[in-house]
Design a protein around this ligand. Structure first.
Ligand code: UD1
Ligand code: CA
Length: 493
């Protein structure tokens, strides 16, 4: 029988040292906000209810919760009188909650679900009144210290600013993650005072109160100390980001993904990469991105919410909400915007931008082009430097190119327009009217030549000089030929 469980996440603090208009809880870290990471770590608890204490920038935090954790309930702590005060307000909102209360600081994003599960399991198995997650750290500055009694049991938790020099020397710290017996927690919270350096109600004082009353309190030591790291400023945020990157990359490499340069590869926790994919250096995979087996991504590539199927190659590219089919090839230097759908073995080449377009199986847009609002069939080839002219200044329109079509270089497809199956267009065609299947379309007038224009209109320029030199050279050759081929010279053939 599992107990009734309540999760309380503390997220009302100001986070002053972030110096940000954005709530500290909402700063992003490889795919989730700080708060989002803690919500994810709490998920395995399978709580009957999850409460998030909000206060500073409550509107921002509530809006974020509605998006990422609609099942969680925000509880307003209008004035922040400390972590104990915050938990008291949360529990007042759920008078029926019994069993276990799991409390998590909102700013420990490296915390893993396994660690929270293990803490709760140990707490419930032992039937303890309160259990705190701790870690031995090299530099405990700023954190609450775990004060043990002579027999090694937990006596109390003391904040650094209230600690004696001997207590400050303790390197075992309070990670800010706890499991409590609901009934005993409620009783102890009612007894908290703000008799400390900050004048706040400290949740941590619950441990001393319970221990003094003879209730069993326990310590659960984290197996990986870095999981307990908090985040107070952007220097710490960057350090956490680096650690999380290393953890994600190590997990992926162990699962069979090749990462050539883990130090420059930034993959969100939300990304899925299949075994035998190869990720080259300076690559970022973000959001809901998925990479299939045998695909090669990078170097110098950013994929956001993009699906790459098996065996595709993406080289020096930036893609947002795109789908890259199996065996397709992208880049170098390509920009795939939302709604790009590349089918099996299609190709988007160098300096090509695409948006809201479907490129059929085996079709290619190899060079210097913009493809917007287009549907291209199978095995068609779009000539270099072509533009899908999708915007008339008011509305967007679609271009449809059939299968096995071959359009010339420097074409303008003035949408809405259609090029039929197997049709051809000449270089420089401005395609304003539909091209029927199998037809050739060319446009533009005859090419015209104005002999001697540069020398007469741009005299004295380098171009005019070059033209004159070329003309003199041509005349000299012609004169020599004329000598040989002089009329009456019958020896020549
Ligand atoms: C707290 C612990 C400390 C522990 C550290 C771990 C207390 C008294 N101290 O210290 O022992 O080592 O976390 O990181 O608990 N919050 C509220 N309402 C408030 C005050 C805080 O919701 O009135 C939230 C904050 O947003 C934050 C969390 O509680 O998410 C912790 O608060 P913070 O002020 O960062 O506590 P620390 O001083 O770090
Ligand atoms: Ca903190």
């Amino acid at each position: 029988m599992t107990e009734d469980r309540t999760v309380v996440i503390l997220a009302a603090g100001e986070g002053k040292r972030m110096k940000s208009a954005l709530s500290k809880m909402l700063h992003p870290l490889l795919g989730r906000t700080l708060l989002g990471h803690v919500l994810a770590a709490a998920a395995p608890v399978e709580a009957d209810r999850t409460l998030v204490v909000v206060g500073h920038a409550a509107d921002q935090v509530e809006a974020h919760l509605a998006e990422v954790a609609p099942g969680a309930t925000p509880v307003l702590q209008a004035e922040q009188h400390g972590t104990g005060h915050a938990v008291r307000i949360a529990l007042d909102a759920v008078p029926d909650a019994t069993g276990t209360v799991v409390v998590l600081n909102g700013d420990v994003p490296l915390l893993r679900g396994e660690t929270v599960s293990a803490l709760v399991a140990a707490h419930e198995l032992a039937g303890t009144a309160a259990t705190v997650l701790t870690a031995e750290v090299p530099d405990p500055t700023g954190l609450g210290r775990i004060v043990r009694d002579p027999s090694g049991g937990l006596e109390r938790i003391v904040e650094e600013r209230d600690a004696s020099p001997a207590e400050k020397a303790i390197r075992e710290i309070n990670a800010g993650i706890y499991a409590f017996d609901a009934r005993l927690l409620r009783a102890a919270l009612a007894k908290l005072t703000s008799d400390n350096d900050q004048g706040e109600e400290y949740l941590t004082d619950v441990f001393g109160l319970l221990a003094a009353a003879g209730e069993p309190v326990a310590v659960h030591v984290a197996t990986v100390a870095e999981e307990t790291l908090g985040c107070n400023d952007r220097v710490e945020l960057a350090a956490l980001r680096g650690r999380l990157r290393d953890r994600i990359n190590a997990d992926l490499m162990r699962s069979g993904v090749t990462i050539l340069d883990p130090a420059t590869t930034w993959i969100d926790v939300t990304v899925a990469v299949e075994p035998d994919a190869v990720i080259d250096q300076n690559t970022q995979l973000r959001g809901a991105t998925q990479v299939g087996t045998g695909a090669t991504i990078g170097p110098d590539t950013t994929l956001i919410d993009t699906v790459v199927e098996a065996g595709a190659t993406v080289l020096r590219a930036h893609a947002v909400q795109a789908k890259i089919g199996s065996g397709a090839s992208v880049g170098p230097y390509a920009y795939l915007r939302p709604g790009t759908r590349l089918a099996h073995k299609s190709k988007i080449g160098t300096f090509v931008e695409t948006k809201n377009s479907e490129i059929g199986e085996g079709s290619k847009v190899p060079h210097l082009s913009y493809v917007g609002d287009a549907t291209i069939g199978e095995y068609s080839n779009i000539g270099a430097a072509s533009v899908f002219v999708n915007y008339d200044g008011v509305s967007k329109h679609r271009t449809v190119i059939g299968s096995h079509a071959r359009t010339g270089s420097d074409n303008m497809f003035v949408a809405p327009v259609e090029v039929g199956d197997g049709a051809y267009t000449g270089a420089g065609t401005v395609v304003r009217r539909d091209v029927p299947p199998g037809a050739l379309s060319v446009s533009g007038g005859q090419q015209r030549i104005f002999e001697g224009w540069v020398e007469s209109r741009r005299p004295g320029t380098a171009a005019a000089e070059a033209a004159r030199a070329a003309r003199d050279q041509l005349h000299a050759t012609q004169d020599a030929d004329a000598d040989v081929d002089a009329p009456g010279d019958t020896s020549s053939e």
